[in-house]
Write a protein that binds this ligand. Structure first.
Ligand SMILES: *Cc1c(COP(=O)(O)O)cnc(C)c1O
Length: 360
């Protein structure tokens, strides 16, 4: 080992879902929205003044922050924006989790949490979800250095009631509780109104799923002014200019088209409800979803095999290797057309791999 290698920070990075660059694939593996963003976003992007790119953007992203404050009816200083919610969450870990006592998050949840904990040297513990993949609230009533909960959870798609989260927040007034609401717009219960009552609650959201803007990298946190100030101080100590001029503009524009947003959400939810029934008809066990994806397993064909067979047909879904979830696939809702093509291929695979065996 070279001398300098001894001082390298070693981490096991998060492995993002594949982003295959070919056409003619059906991409149901990273929970993107299959529909484009609002036409108002397109207009804002196209009318962005490129000559201004010569200057640095507004370090406070005021246009976007104020649009979010007014959209969510919040006070000045209760919103923080970042480069996707991954950036916001990562900065939140760095800002709020500085205790020697382990932070807590479930054994099955967004797999970036243990990566950030590792890279920032934050000790952590992962209380197991129960057999139905639900959080046991009692597990979060022990001493800890902070808590992170994705609600609805990924990759399980299951949501908790706001009152259950509140019980956890109330039992943990001495630490910061981060609630990652990446999927809440698709039917989850938000805890946003609770930020007025609990100064230790931070709610994190993203434009990547419900607002069809994964490519623009916009995420935000909402919480008590002191939490937002602390986050801002840490961000200002790393990079003053995180948000580009274009993302500030299009982020604000998206909020100005509520009708498009609601219609977009409704389409995804309708597809999800339809797909859930279609999958159940084909012998799948489908967890109850409050997100834009379904988490499913089949009794007679393994998660790995199904993943590979679909991939051969250029249909990309997500498969995780964790012991408790390796028989499951996480399937993002695409357009109805994409989901029909997916179900058609699924039928072919199931016919070949199951019916034969059953009828033998
Ligand atoms: C997708 C996702 C994120 C990250 O989204 P960004 O694209 O970085 O905004 C964060 N948390 C969960 C649970 C997610 O599924």
């Amino acid at each position: 080992m070279k001398e300098w290698e001894k001082n390298v920070r070693r981490v096991n990075p998060y492995i993002a879902g594949e982003q295959p660059q070919e056409d003619n694939i059906i991409k149901l593996n990273t929970n993107e929205n299959p529909y484009p963003p609002s036409p108002k976003v397109k207009k804002a992007y196209e009318t962005t003044q490129v000559d201004k790119f010569a200057l640095y953007p507004d370090p406070m992203s005021s246009e976007l922050v104020q649009a979010l404050e007014s959209y969510y009816d919040l006070k000045r200083g209760q919103v923080f924006v970042g480069v996707g919610s991954d950036d916001v969450l990562s900065l939140s870990f760095l800002t709020f989790f500085n205790s020697d006592v382990p932070i807590l998050f479930p054994d099955i949840t967004y797999s970036f949490y243990p990566v950030w904990a590792d890279v920032y040297r934050i000790p952590f513990e992962c209380p197991p979800l129960d057999d139905n993949f639900c959080i046991r609230i009692e597990d979060y009533k022990k001493k800890n250095g902070g808590i992170v909960i994705a609600n609805p959870n990924a990759p399980t798609s299951i949501g908790m009631k706001a009152s259950q989260i509140e019980e956890i927040v109330r039992a943990n007034r001495d630490v910061v509780v981060i609630v990652d609401e990446a999927y809440v717009d698709f039917g989850g219960e938000t805890v946003l109104p609770l930020i007025e009552r609990y100064d230790n609650l931070l709610v994190v959201r993203t434009y990547s799923k419900s607002r069809s803007m994964a490519g623009m990298r916009i995420g935000f946190a909402m919480g008590n002014e002191a939490l937002i100030r602390a986050l801002t101080d840490v961000k200002e100590s790393i990079n003053s200019y995180t948000m580009t001029m274009a993302s500030i503009r299009v982020g604000a524009a998206s909020l100005a088209d509520e009708q498009y947003f609601q219609e977009n959400l409704a389409k995804v939810v309708t597809t999800r409800e339809w797909c859930e029934k279609e999958l159940e008809r084909r012998g799948f066990f489908v967890l109850p979803s409050q997100t834009n994806f379904l988490f499913v397993r089949h009794e007679q064909i393994s998660g790995q095999e199904l993943f590979e067979k679909l991939r051969e047909q250029k249909i990309f879904v997500r498969h995780f290797s964790g012991a408790r979830i390796k028989e499951y696939l996480r399937i993002t809702m695409g357009t109805d057309e994409q989901m029909k093509a997916f179900l058609l291929q699924l039928d072919k695979i199931l016919e070949k791999n199951i019916d034969n065996k059953v009828h033998l």
